[in-house]
Design a protein around this ligand. Structure first.
Ligand code: ZN
Length: 606
Protein backbone atom coordinates (compact mmCIF):
# COMPACT_ATOMS: atom_id res chain seq x y z
CA UNK A 1 0.00 0.00 0.00
CA UNK A 2 1.34 3.40 -0.98
CA UNK A 3 2.07 5.84 1.84
CA UNK A 4 0.17 8.47 -0.11
CA UNK A 5 -2.88 7.83 -2.26
CA UNK A 6 -4.69 10.54 -4.20
CA UNK A 7 -8.06 9.99 -5.88
CA UNK A 8 -9.31 12.66 -8.26
CA UNK A 9 -12.81 12.75 -9.73
CA UNK A 10 -14.22 15.29 -12.19
CA UNK A 11 -17.32 15.40 -10.05
CA UNK A 12 -19.22 18.59 -10.88
CA UNK A 13 -19.02 19.81 -14.50
CA UNK A 14 -21.47 22.65 -13.86
CA UNK A 15 -19.54 23.97 -10.89
CA UNK A 16 -16.18 23.10 -12.55
CA UNK A 17 -15.17 21.23 -9.42
CA UNK A 18 -12.82 18.32 -9.00
CA UNK A 19 -13.14 16.27 -5.84
CA UNK A 20 -9.82 15.07 -4.47
CA UNK A 21 -9.26 12.60 -1.66
CA UNK A 22 -5.81 12.19 -0.18
CA UNK A 23 -5.07 9.26 2.14
CA UNK A 24 -1.94 9.61 4.28
CA UNK A 25 -0.91 6.41 6.06
CA UNK A 26 1.53 8.01 8.46
CA UNK A 27 0.80 11.70 9.01
CA UNK A 28 3.16 13.86 11.04
CA UNK A 29 2.01 13.17 14.63
CA UNK A 30 2.67 16.80 15.53
CA UNK A 31 0.10 18.01 12.99
CA UNK A 32 0.60 17.26 9.30
CA UNK A 33 1.19 20.26 7.03
CA UNK A 34 -0.24 20.19 3.51
CA UNK A 35 0.50 22.73 0.83
CA UNK A 36 -0.08 23.50 -2.81
CA UNK A 37 2.73 24.91 -4.98
CA UNK A 38 2.60 28.63 -5.70
CA UNK A 39 4.01 28.27 -9.20
CA UNK A 40 4.37 25.66 -11.89
CA UNK A 41 7.78 24.89 -13.42
CA UNK A 42 8.21 26.53 -16.83
CA UNK A 43 5.89 29.43 -16.03
CA UNK A 44 7.51 32.02 -13.82
CA UNK A 45 4.69 33.72 -12.01
CA UNK A 46 3.42 33.29 -8.46
CA UNK A 47 -0.07 31.99 -9.13
CA UNK A 48 -1.32 31.07 -5.63
CA UNK A 49 -2.99 27.90 -6.92
CA UNK A 50 -4.34 27.20 -3.43
CA UNK A 51 -6.90 29.99 -3.80
CA UNK A 52 -8.97 27.57 -5.94
CA UNK A 53 -9.44 25.08 -3.10
CA UNK A 54 -13.07 25.57 -2.11
CA UNK A 55 -13.76 23.17 0.73
CA UNK A 56 -11.45 21.01 2.78
CA UNK A 57 -12.09 18.51 5.54
CA UNK A 58 -10.28 15.63 7.18
CA UNK A 59 -11.06 12.49 9.13
CA UNK A 60 -9.36 9.35 10.31
CA UNK A 61 -9.91 6.19 8.30
CA UNK A 62 -12.33 5.17 11.04
CA UNK A 63 -14.30 8.32 10.20
CA UNK A 64 -13.46 10.39 13.23
CA UNK A 65 -13.48 14.02 12.14
CA UNK A 66 -10.17 15.85 12.40
CA UNK A 67 -9.63 19.56 12.65
CA UNK A 68 -7.89 21.14 9.65
CA UNK A 69 -7.19 24.85 9.22
CA UNK A 70 -5.15 27.16 6.99
CA UNK A 71 -1.85 28.37 8.42
CA UNK A 72 -0.85 30.37 5.32
CA UNK A 73 -2.44 31.15 1.96
CA UNK A 74 -0.83 28.02 0.50
CA UNK A 75 -0.84 25.72 3.55
CA UNK A 76 -3.13 23.82 5.90
CA UNK A 77 -2.37 21.95 9.11
CA UNK A 78 -4.13 18.87 10.49
CA UNK A 79 -4.93 18.18 14.09
CA UNK A 80 -2.18 15.95 15.55
CA UNK A 81 -3.01 12.27 15.17
CA UNK A 82 -1.15 9.01 14.97
CA UNK A 83 -3.78 7.34 12.77
CA UNK A 84 -4.01 7.18 9.00
CA UNK A 85 -6.08 10.08 7.66
CA UNK A 86 -8.19 11.00 4.69
CA UNK A 87 -8.29 14.62 3.51
CA UNK A 88 -11.05 15.63 1.08
CA UNK A 89 -11.27 18.86 -0.83
CA UNK A 90 -12.72 20.42 -3.93
CA UNK A 91 -10.80 22.41 -6.53
CA UNK A 92 -12.41 24.98 -8.76
CA UNK A 93 -11.03 24.54 -12.30
CA UNK A 94 -11.89 27.29 -14.73
CA UNK A 95 -8.53 28.45 -16.07
CA UNK A 96 -8.22 27.42 -19.72
CA UNK A 97 -4.45 27.55 -19.99
CA UNK A 98 -1.57 25.09 -20.14
CA UNK A 99 -0.61 26.06 -16.57
CA UNK A 100 -3.80 25.46 -14.60
CA UNK A 101 -6.89 23.30 -14.50
CA UNK A 102 -10.06 23.56 -16.56
CA UNK A 103 -13.14 21.44 -16.60
CA UNK A 104 -16.65 21.46 -18.03
CA UNK A 105 -18.93 19.04 -19.86
CA UNK A 106 -16.59 19.03 -22.92
CA UNK A 107 -13.33 18.02 -21.22
CA UNK A 108 -11.39 17.79 -17.97
CA UNK A 109 -7.81 19.02 -17.79
CA UNK A 110 -5.53 19.45 -14.81
CA UNK A 111 -1.94 19.97 -13.78
CA UNK A 112 -0.96 18.31 -10.52
CA UNK A 113 0.21 21.69 -9.20
CA UNK A 114 -3.42 22.83 -9.22
CA UNK A 115 -5.03 19.81 -7.60
CA UNK A 116 -2.66 17.67 -5.52
CA UNK A 117 -1.71 18.94 -2.06
CA UNK A 118 1.88 18.09 -1.14
CA UNK A 119 2.37 16.28 2.17
CA UNK A 120 5.19 18.06 3.96
CA UNK A 121 8.03 15.72 4.87
CA UNK A 122 6.82 13.07 2.42
CA UNK A 123 7.41 14.67 -0.98
CA UNK A 124 9.91 11.94 -1.86
CA UNK A 125 7.50 9.10 -1.05
CA UNK A 126 6.05 6.95 -3.82
CA UNK A 127 2.51 7.86 -4.76
CA UNK A 128 -0.60 6.07 -5.95
CA UNK A 129 -3.09 8.16 -7.87
CA UNK A 130 -6.54 7.07 -8.96
CA UNK A 131 -8.22 8.90 -11.80
CA UNK A 132 -11.85 8.14 -11.26
CA UNK A 133 -14.66 8.42 -13.79
CA UNK A 134 -18.01 9.99 -12.96
CA UNK A 135 -21.55 9.10 -13.98
CA UNK A 136 -21.90 11.94 -16.43
CA UNK A 137 -18.74 11.03 -18.39
CA UNK A 138 -19.39 9.53 -21.83
CA UNK A 139 -17.86 6.19 -22.78
CA UNK A 140 -16.12 7.90 -25.72
CA UNK A 141 -13.94 9.82 -23.33
CA UNK A 142 -10.38 8.75 -22.74
CA UNK A 143 -7.67 9.65 -20.27
CA UNK A 144 -4.44 11.00 -21.79
CA UNK A 145 -1.41 10.99 -19.49
CA UNK A 146 2.12 9.63 -19.28
CA UNK A 147 1.60 8.52 -15.69
CA UNK A 148 2.35 4.80 -15.50
CA UNK A 149 -0.46 2.38 -14.57
CA UNK A 150 -0.01 0.87 -11.11
CA UNK A 151 -0.11 -2.64 -12.56
CA UNK A 152 -1.07 -4.47 -15.74
CA UNK A 153 -4.83 -4.42 -15.07
CA UNK A 154 -4.94 -1.24 -13.04
CA UNK A 155 -6.74 0.89 -15.63
CA UNK A 156 -9.79 0.26 -17.79
CA UNK A 157 -10.12 0.71 -21.56
CA UNK A 158 -10.84 4.41 -21.18
CA UNK A 159 -7.79 4.87 -18.98
CA UNK A 160 -9.60 5.35 -15.65
CA UNK A 161 -8.04 3.58 -12.70
CA UNK A 162 -4.86 3.45 -10.68
CA UNK A 163 -1.55 5.02 -11.61
CA UNK A 164 1.69 5.58 -9.78
CA UNK A 165 4.35 8.28 -9.54
CA UNK A 166 7.87 8.02 -8.19
CA UNK A 167 7.31 10.97 -5.86
CA UNK A 168 5.40 14.23 -5.56
CA UNK A 169 7.66 16.07 -8.04
CA UNK A 170 7.09 13.40 -10.68
CA UNK A 171 3.34 13.47 -10.00
CA UNK A 172 3.02 17.20 -10.70
CA UNK A 173 5.01 16.84 -13.94
CA UNK A 174 2.24 14.65 -15.40
CA UNK A 175 -0.75 16.71 -16.56
CA UNK A 176 -3.94 14.85 -17.46
CA UNK A 177 -6.53 15.51 -20.17
CA UNK A 178 -9.80 13.61 -20.31
CA UNK A 179 -12.22 14.01 -23.21
CA UNK A 180 -13.39 12.62 -26.54
CA UNK A 181 -9.86 12.70 -27.94
CA UNK A 182 -8.40 12.30 -31.40
CA UNK A 183 -5.38 10.08 -30.86
CA UNK A 184 -2.43 10.14 -33.25
CA UNK A 185 0.36 7.64 -32.67
CA UNK A 186 3.78 7.23 -34.24
CA UNK A 187 7.20 5.93 -33.36
CA UNK A 188 10.34 8.07 -33.37
CA UNK A 189 13.58 6.06 -33.19
CA UNK A 190 11.41 3.17 -32.05
CA UNK A 191 10.00 5.13 -29.08
CA UNK A 192 6.18 5.31 -28.86
CA UNK A 193 4.89 8.86 -29.29
CA UNK A 194 1.34 10.09 -29.12
CA UNK A 195 -0.46 13.34 -29.87
CA UNK A 196 -3.98 13.80 -28.58
CA UNK A 197 -6.21 16.57 -29.89
CA UNK A 198 -8.96 17.75 -27.56
CA UNK A 199 -11.60 20.11 -28.90
CA UNK A 200 -13.33 20.50 -32.27
CA UNK A 201 -11.01 20.42 -35.27
CA UNK A 202 -10.67 19.26 -38.89
CA UNK A 203 -6.95 18.51 -38.75
CA UNK A 204 -5.09 16.29 -41.19
CA UNK A 205 -3.86 13.76 -38.64
CA UNK A 206 -1.64 11.87 -41.09
CA UNK A 207 0.23 15.05 -41.88
CA UNK A 208 0.65 15.77 -38.17
CA UNK A 209 2.02 12.28 -37.50
CA UNK A 210 4.46 12.53 -40.39
CA UNK A 211 5.75 16.02 -39.55
CA UNK A 212 6.04 15.30 -35.81
CA UNK A 213 7.94 12.11 -36.46
CA UNK A 214 10.39 14.11 -38.59
CA UNK A 215 10.89 16.67 -35.82
CA UNK A 216 11.21 14.18 -32.96
CA UNK A 217 13.67 11.94 -34.81
CA UNK A 218 15.78 14.95 -35.74
CA UNK A 219 15.93 16.12 -32.13
CA UNK A 220 16.68 12.65 -30.75
CA UNK A 221 19.60 12.45 -33.21
CA UNK A 222 20.73 15.99 -32.42
CA UNK A 223 21.11 15.32 -28.68
CA UNK A 224 22.39 11.80 -29.18
CA UNK A 225 22.03 8.62 -27.21
CA UNK A 226 20.98 7.58 -24.68
CA UNK A 227 17.47 8.88 -25.39
CA UNK A 228 15.83 10.47 -22.37
CA UNK A 229 12.32 9.03 -22.77
CA UNK A 230 10.52 5.72 -23.03
CA UNK A 231 7.29 7.32 -24.26
CA UNK A 232 6.13 10.85 -25.09
CA UNK A 233 2.79 12.59 -25.25
CA UNK A 234 1.71 15.87 -26.86
CA UNK A 235 -1.57 17.00 -25.27
CA UNK A 236 -3.12 19.61 -27.59
CA UNK A 237 -6.04 21.70 -26.38
CA UNK A 238 -7.63 22.97 -29.59
CA UNK A 239 -9.33 26.33 -29.07
CA UNK A 240 -10.60 29.32 -31.05
CA UNK A 241 -7.38 31.25 -30.96
CA UNK A 242 -5.49 30.65 -27.73
CA UNK A 243 -1.80 29.84 -27.96
CA UNK A 244 0.81 28.48 -25.59
CA UNK A 245 2.83 25.51 -24.45
CA UNK A 246 4.34 24.09 -21.29
CA UNK A 247 7.09 21.52 -21.12
CA UNK A 248 7.28 18.43 -18.93
CA UNK A 249 9.69 15.52 -18.69
CA UNK A 250 7.60 13.00 -20.63
CA UNK A 251 4.98 15.15 -22.27
CA UNK A 252 3.90 18.66 -23.13
CA UNK A 253 0.63 20.57 -23.09
CA UNK A 254 -0.02 22.84 -26.06
CA UNK A 255 -2.83 25.21 -26.91
CA UNK A 256 -3.52 26.31 -30.45
CA UNK A 257 -6.26 27.77 -32.59
CA UNK A 258 -8.06 25.20 -34.75
CA UNK A 259 -6.98 27.06 -37.88
CA UNK A 260 -3.31 26.55 -36.95
CA UNK A 261 -3.66 22.83 -37.56
CA UNK A 262 -3.02 21.41 -41.05
CA UNK A 263 -6.07 20.56 -43.19
CA UNK A 264 -6.41 17.86 -45.79
CA UNK A 265 -4.93 19.09 -49.06
CA UNK A 266 -2.70 21.79 -47.52
CA UNK A 267 0.59 21.93 -49.42
CA UNK A 268 2.96 24.62 -48.13
CA UNK A 269 2.63 24.92 -44.35
CA UNK A 270 0.44 27.94 -43.49
CA UNK A 271 1.87 30.58 -41.14
CA UNK A 272 -0.29 29.22 -38.34
CA UNK A 273 0.93 25.68 -38.95
CA UNK A 274 4.56 26.80 -39.09
CA UNK A 275 4.03 28.43 -35.71
CA UNK A 276 2.38 25.28 -34.35
CA UNK A 277 5.28 23.10 -35.56
CA UNK A 278 7.73 25.54 -33.95
CA UNK A 279 5.82 25.17 -30.70
CA UNK A 280 5.99 21.34 -30.87
CA UNK A 281 9.67 21.54 -31.72
CA UNK A 282 10.27 23.99 -28.85
CA UNK A 283 8.56 21.96 -26.13
CA UNK A 284 10.18 18.73 -27.30
CA UNK A 285 13.60 20.43 -27.14
CA UNK A 286 12.84 21.23 -23.49
CA UNK A 287 12.86 17.49 -22.80
CA UNK A 288 16.59 18.01 -22.54
CA UNK A 289 17.00 21.75 -22.17
CA UNK A 290 15.41 22.69 -18.82
CA UNK A 291 13.64 19.45 -17.89
CA UNK A 292 16.89 17.48 -17.56
CA UNK A 293 19.64 20.06 -18.03
CA UNK A 294 18.66 22.62 -15.40
CA UNK A 295 19.78 25.67 -13.50
CA UNK A 296 20.79 24.64 -10.01
CA UNK A 297 18.48 27.36 -8.71
CA UNK A 298 15.47 25.40 -10.02
CA UNK A 299 16.61 22.12 -8.55
CA UNK A 300 16.86 23.70 -5.12
CA UNK A 301 13.45 25.38 -5.17
CA UNK A 302 10.32 23.79 -3.70
CA UNK A 303 7.79 25.85 -5.72
CA UNK A 304 6.60 27.86 -2.72
CA UNK A 305 8.74 30.91 -3.45
CA UNK A 306 10.38 32.46 -6.54
CA UNK A 307 13.48 30.80 -8.00
CA UNK A 308 16.07 33.23 -9.32
CA UNK A 309 18.37 32.58 -12.26
CA UNK A 310 20.04 34.63 -14.99
CA UNK A 311 20.15 31.56 -17.25
CA UNK A 312 16.84 31.75 -19.08
CA UNK A 313 18.63 33.21 -22.12
CA UNK A 314 19.99 29.67 -22.49
CA UNK A 315 16.95 27.63 -21.47
CA UNK A 316 14.38 29.67 -23.39
CA UNK A 317 16.53 31.64 -25.85
CA UNK A 318 18.54 28.70 -27.16
CA UNK A 319 15.34 26.64 -27.32
CA UNK A 320 13.66 29.43 -29.31
CA UNK A 321 16.61 29.61 -31.70
CA UNK A 322 16.55 25.88 -32.35
CA UNK A 323 12.76 25.58 -32.70
CA UNK A 324 12.85 27.50 -35.98
CA UNK A 325 16.27 26.33 -37.16
CA UNK A 326 15.37 22.66 -36.66
CA UNK A 327 12.29 22.99 -38.90
CA UNK A 328 14.63 24.17 -41.67
CA UNK A 329 17.29 21.55 -40.94
CA UNK A 330 14.81 18.68 -41.00
CA UNK A 331 13.32 19.89 -44.26
CA UNK A 332 9.91 21.09 -43.08
CA UNK A 333 10.67 24.71 -44.03
CA UNK A 334 12.44 26.10 -47.07
CA UNK A 335 15.38 28.43 -46.54
CA UNK A 336 13.15 31.37 -47.56
CA UNK A 337 10.48 30.40 -45.03
CA UNK A 338 13.09 29.99 -42.32
CA UNK A 339 14.81 33.30 -43.02
CA UNK A 340 11.45 35.04 -43.10
CA UNK A 341 10.49 33.63 -39.69
CA UNK A 342 13.92 34.51 -38.31
CA UNK A 343 13.60 38.08 -39.60
CA UNK A 344 10.31 38.42 -37.73
CA UNK A 345 11.94 37.06 -34.58
CA UNK A 346 14.77 39.59 -34.99
CA UNK A 347 12.24 42.39 -35.49
CA UNK A 348 10.74 41.54 -32.12
CA UNK A 349 14.10 42.60 -30.66
CA UNK A 350 15.05 45.49 -32.95
CA UNK A 351 11.65 47.20 -32.49
CA UNK A 352 11.97 47.35 -28.72
CA UNK A 353 13.48 50.48 -27.16
CA UNK A 354 13.57 48.40 -23.95
CA UNK A 355 16.52 46.41 -25.30
CA UNK A 356 18.78 49.33 -24.36
CA UNK A 357 17.36 49.46 -20.81
CA UNK A 358 17.40 45.87 -19.63
CA UNK A 359 19.98 43.16 -20.17
CA UNK A 360 18.90 39.63 -21.04
CA UNK A 361 20.45 38.38 -17.78
CA UNK A 362 18.30 40.82 -15.80
CA UNK A 363 15.26 39.95 -17.88
CA UNK A 364 15.72 36.35 -16.78
CA UNK A 365 16.35 37.18 -13.14
CA UNK A 366 13.36 39.50 -12.87
CA UNK A 367 10.99 37.50 -15.08
CA UNK A 368 8.55 37.04 -12.18
CA UNK A 369 7.60 40.69 -12.06
CA UNK A 370 8.66 41.98 -15.47
CA UNK A 371 8.39 39.52 -18.38
CA UNK A 372 5.51 37.58 -16.78
CA UNK A 373 3.71 40.75 -15.74
CA UNK A 374 4.09 42.92 -18.79
CA UNK A 375 2.23 46.17 -18.85
CA UNK A 376 1.70 48.73 -21.60
CA UNK A 377 5.21 50.14 -21.08
CA UNK A 378 6.95 46.78 -21.60
CA UNK A 379 8.29 47.58 -25.10
CA UNK A 380 10.10 50.59 -23.65
CA UNK A 381 11.32 48.99 -20.45
CA UNK A 382 12.24 45.34 -20.93
CA UNK A 383 13.64 42.84 -23.41
CA UNK A 384 12.54 39.24 -23.77
CA UNK A 385 15.04 36.50 -22.91
CA UNK A 386 13.22 34.40 -25.51
CA UNK A 387 13.77 36.74 -28.43
CA UNK A 388 17.09 38.36 -27.60
CA UNK A 389 18.23 35.11 -26.03
CA UNK A 390 17.58 33.39 -29.36
CA UNK A 391 19.74 35.99 -31.11
CA UNK A 392 22.58 35.38 -28.64
CA UNK A 393 22.25 31.69 -29.54
CA UNK A 394 22.27 32.50 -33.26
CA UNK A 395 25.39 34.65 -32.88
CA UNK A 396 27.17 31.97 -30.83
CA UNK A 397 26.26 29.26 -33.32
CA UNK A 398 27.51 31.38 -36.24
CA UNK A 399 30.77 32.24 -34.47
CA UNK A 400 31.50 28.62 -33.55
CA UNK A 401 30.68 27.47 -37.08
CA UNK A 402 32.74 30.18 -38.73
CA UNK A 403 35.95 29.69 -36.74
CA UNK A 404 35.76 25.92 -37.25
CA UNK A 405 34.76 26.17 -40.94
CA UNK A 406 31.53 24.36 -40.17
CA UNK A 407 33.11 21.48 -38.27
CA UNK A 408 31.72 22.57 -34.92
CA UNK A 409 28.53 24.28 -33.86
CA UNK A 410 26.32 25.02 -30.89
CA UNK A 411 25.08 21.43 -31.33
CA UNK A 412 28.32 20.25 -29.73
CA UNK A 413 27.63 22.34 -26.65
CA UNK A 414 24.14 20.82 -26.41
CA UNK A 415 25.53 17.30 -26.53
CA UNK A 416 28.14 18.12 -23.90
CA UNK A 417 25.45 19.47 -21.59
CA UNK A 418 23.30 16.39 -22.10
CA UNK A 419 26.18 14.07 -21.31
CA UNK A 420 27.65 15.91 -18.37
CA UNK A 421 24.64 17.60 -16.80
CA UNK A 422 21.37 16.17 -18.14
CA UNK A 423 22.33 12.56 -17.63
CA UNK A 424 23.95 13.10 -14.26
CA UNK A 425 21.36 15.51 -12.90
CA UNK A 426 24.07 18.04 -12.04
CA UNK A 427 22.58 21.53 -11.97
CA UNK A 428 24.17 24.51 -13.68
CA UNK A 429 25.54 27.18 -11.37
CA UNK A 430 25.00 30.81 -12.32
CA UNK A 431 27.53 31.91 -14.98
CA UNK A 432 28.83 28.36 -15.35
CA UNK A 433 27.41 28.11 -18.88
CA UNK A 434 29.42 31.03 -20.20
CA UNK A 435 32.69 29.55 -18.95
CA UNK A 436 31.75 26.15 -20.27
CA UNK A 437 30.98 27.46 -23.77
CA UNK A 438 34.27 29.36 -23.89
CA UNK A 439 36.16 26.27 -22.77
CA UNK A 440 34.43 23.90 -25.18
CA UNK A 441 34.78 26.14 -28.22
CA UNK A 442 38.12 27.74 -27.44
CA UNK A 443 36.59 31.14 -28.22
CA UNK A 444 37.41 34.11 -25.98
CA UNK A 445 33.82 34.99 -25.12
CA UNK A 446 34.21 37.13 -22.03
CA UNK A 447 33.56 40.39 -23.89
CA UNK A 448 30.78 38.81 -25.89
CA UNK A 449 28.76 37.90 -22.81
CA UNK A 450 29.63 41.19 -21.12
CA UNK A 451 28.29 43.19 -24.06
CA UNK A 452 25.26 41.18 -25.16
CA UNK A 453 24.11 39.12 -22.19
CA UNK A 454 24.98 41.35 -19.22
CA UNK A 455 25.09 44.51 -21.33
CA UNK A 456 22.50 45.98 -23.65
CA UNK A 457 24.32 46.18 -26.96
CA UNK A 458 22.94 44.91 -30.27
CA UNK A 459 24.54 41.67 -31.45
CA UNK A 460 27.00 41.78 -34.39
CA UNK A 461 24.55 39.86 -36.57
CA UNK A 462 24.89 41.73 -39.89
CA UNK A 463 28.53 40.65 -40.19
CA UNK A 464 27.99 37.10 -38.93
CA UNK A 465 25.05 36.56 -41.27
CA UNK A 466 26.91 38.00 -44.24
CA UNK A 467 29.56 35.29 -43.80
CA UNK A 468 26.78 32.79 -44.36
CA UNK A 469 25.58 34.56 -47.48
CA UNK A 470 22.64 36.28 -45.85
CA UNK A 471 22.08 40.00 -46.02
CA UNK A 472 20.36 41.56 -43.02
CA UNK A 473 18.54 44.77 -43.80
CA UNK A 474 16.88 47.15 -41.39
CA UNK A 475 13.95 48.97 -42.97
CA UNK A 476 10.90 51.00 -42.03
CA UNK A 477 7.51 49.39 -41.45
CA UNK A 478 5.21 49.21 -44.45
CA UNK A 479 2.13 49.52 -42.24
CA UNK A 480 1.19 49.32 -38.56
CA UNK A 481 0.89 45.54 -38.58
CA UNK A 482 4.23 44.97 -40.32
CA UNK A 483 6.09 42.49 -38.09
CA UNK A 484 9.23 42.30 -40.22
CA UNK A 485 10.44 39.77 -42.77
CA UNK A 486 9.38 39.88 -46.39
CA UNK A 487 11.14 41.44 -49.34
CA UNK A 488 13.17 44.60 -49.04
CA UNK A 489 11.19 47.18 -50.98
CA UNK A 490 13.23 50.22 -51.99
CA UNK A 491 10.63 52.63 -50.63
CA UNK A 492 11.11 51.15 -47.16
CA UNK A 493 14.85 51.82 -47.03
CA UNK A 494 14.67 55.58 -46.99
CA UNK A 495 12.69 56.79 -43.99
CA UNK A 496 12.00 60.14 -45.71
CA UNK A 497 10.06 58.38 -48.46
CA UNK A 498 8.60 55.52 -46.45
CA UNK A 499 5.05 55.42 -45.09
CA UNK A 500 4.44 57.44 -41.94
CA UNK A 501 4.25 55.32 -38.80
CA UNK A 502 2.69 56.57 -35.60
CA UNK A 503 4.94 54.38 -33.46
CA UNK A 504 2.13 52.89 -31.45
CA UNK A 505 0.20 49.66 -31.38
CA UNK A 506 -3.36 50.41 -32.38
CA UNK A 507 -6.58 48.42 -32.43
CA UNK A 508 -10.02 49.05 -33.91
CA UNK A 509 -12.77 49.07 -31.28
CA UNK A 510 -16.42 48.04 -31.51
CA UNK A 511 -17.58 51.66 -31.28
CA UNK A 512 -15.50 52.90 -34.21
CA UNK A 513 -12.64 54.42 -32.28
CA UNK A 514 -8.95 53.55 -32.48
CA UNK A 515 -7.50 52.33 -29.24
CA UNK A 516 -3.84 52.94 -28.44
CA UNK A 517 -2.44 49.87 -26.65
CA UNK A 518 1.32 50.62 -26.56
CA UNK A 519 3.32 53.77 -27.31
CA UNK A 520 6.93 53.32 -28.42
CA UNK A 521 9.34 55.98 -27.14
CA UNK A 522 10.71 58.60 -29.54
CA UNK A 523 7.83 58.09 -31.98
CA UNK A 524 5.15 60.46 -33.31
CA UNK A 525 2.66 59.05 -30.83
CA UNK A 526 5.12 59.50 -27.92
CA UNK A 527 6.00 63.09 -28.85
CA UNK A 528 2.31 64.00 -29.15
CA UNK A 529 1.58 62.73 -25.64
CA UNK A 530 -0.74 59.91 -26.67
CA UNK A 531 -0.82 57.09 -24.09
CA UNK A 532 -2.02 53.53 -23.79
CA UNK A 533 -5.77 53.43 -23.34
CA UNK A 534 -6.45 56.60 -25.36
CA UNK A 535 -9.14 56.31 -28.04
CA UNK A 536 -8.51 58.35 -31.18
CA UNK A 537 -11.66 59.61 -32.87
CA UNK A 538 -10.63 62.32 -35.36
CA UNK A 539 -7.70 63.66 -37.40
CA UNK A 540 -7.85 67.28 -38.56
CA UNK A 541 -11.40 67.47 -37.22
CA UNK A 542 -12.56 64.60 -39.44
CA UNK A 543 -14.08 61.46 -37.99
CA UNK A 544 -11.54 58.66 -38.15
CA UNK A 545 -12.96 55.23 -37.39
CA UNK A 546 -10.30 52.64 -38.12
CA UNK A 547 -6.56 52.02 -38.10
CA UNK A 548 -6.69 51.60 -41.89
CA UNK A 549 -8.34 55.00 -42.32
CA UNK A 550 -5.87 56.65 -39.96
CA UNK A 551 -2.96 55.15 -41.88
CA UNK A 552 -4.18 56.20 -45.28
CA UNK A 553 -4.81 59.73 -44.00
CA UNK A 554 -1.30 60.02 -42.55
CA UNK A 555 0.20 58.73 -45.78
CA UNK A 556 -1.34 61.59 -47.77
CA UNK A 557 0.80 64.09 -45.82
CA UNK A 558 4.47 64.92 -46.25
CA UNK A 559 6.95 64.66 -43.40
CA UNK A 560 6.96 67.86 -41.34
CA UNK A 561 3.18 68.30 -41.48
CA UNK A 562 1.32 68.94 -38.22
CA UNK A 563 -2.06 67.29 -37.84
CA UNK A 564 -4.59 67.83 -35.08
CA UNK A 565 -5.78 64.70 -33.36
CA UNK A 566 -8.83 64.31 -31.08
CA UNK A 567 -9.03 61.49 -28.62
CA UNK A 568 -10.72 60.40 -25.42
CA UNK A 569 -8.73 59.72 -22.26
CA UNK A 570 -10.79 58.27 -19.40
CA UNK A 571 -13.88 59.63 -21.15
CA UNK A 572 -12.55 63.20 -21.43
CA UNK A 573 -12.19 64.68 -24.92
CA UNK A 574 -8.65 65.90 -25.59
CA UNK A 575 -6.72 67.32 -28.50
CA UNK A 576 -3.08 67.06 -29.48
CA UNK A 577 -0.87 67.68 -32.51
CA UNK A 578 0.84 64.90 -34.47
CA UNK A 579 4.12 66.17 -35.92
CA UNK A 580 4.88 63.82 -38.78
CA UNK A 581 8.46 62.56 -38.62
CA UNK A 582 10.16 59.74 -40.51
CA UNK A 583 9.36 56.25 -39.30
CA UNK A 584 11.88 54.29 -37.25
CA UNK A 585 14.11 51.92 -39.20
CA UNK A 586 13.49 48.88 -37.04
CA UNK A 587 12.01 46.06 -39.13
CA UNK A 588 14.39 43.28 -40.15
CA UNK A 589 14.44 41.54 -43.54
CA UNK A 590 16.85 38.73 -44.43
CA UNK A 591 17.75 37.82 -48.01
CA UNK A 592 20.02 35.10 -49.26
CA UNK A 593 22.74 36.46 -51.54
CA UNK A 594 22.86 34.39 -54.76
CA UNK A 595 25.99 32.31 -55.37
CA UNK A 596 27.43 33.14 -51.97
CA UNK A 597 28.51 30.14 -49.92
CA UNK A 598 27.76 29.64 -46.25
CA UNK A 599 31.19 29.65 -44.63
CA UNK A 600 30.10 28.04 -41.36
CA UNK A 601 27.69 25.68 -43.17
CA UNK A 602 24.80 27.28 -41.32
CA UNK A 603 22.64 27.00 -44.43
CA UNK A 604 22.94 24.18 -46.91
CA UNK A 605 24.09 24.84 -50.42
CA UNK A 606 21.33 24.19 -52.89
ZN1 ZN B 1 10.10 27.31 -23.69
Amino acid sequence: MAQLHYTITPSDPKGHLYTVELVIQAPDPDGQILRLPNWIPGSYLIRDFAKHIVEISAETLTQEPLFIAPIATDQWQLEPTSQAVSVRYQVYAWDLSVRGAHFDDSHAFFNGTSVFLAVEGQTEAEIQVTIQSAEWISENWQVATTLLPLSANAIDEQGFGDYRAENYWALIDEPVEISDLTVITFKAKGIPHKMVLSGRHDADTLRLAEDLKTICEFELDLWGQPYPIEQYLFIVLVTDNLYGGLEHKNNTVLMCGREDLPYAGMREPSEGYQQFLELCCHEYFHLWNVKRIQPKAYQENNLQSKAYTEQLWWFEGVTSYYDGYILYRCGLLTVEQYLNNLAKQMTRVYRMPGRFKQSVADSSFLTWTKFYQQDENAPNAIISYYTKGSLIALALDLMIRQVSAGKQSLDDVLRHLWQHYGQTGKGLEERELEQLISKLTGLPLEDFFEQYLYGVEDLPLPRLLLNEGVEMTLRTPEHHKDLGGGEVKKTLLNAEEAPINLGANLANTEHQTIKVTHVFQQSIAYESGLAAGDEIIALEGLKTVSVQQLESWLNRKPIGTEISCHFFRQGVLKETVLRLTPAAIDRVSLQRIPNHSSSGRWLFDE
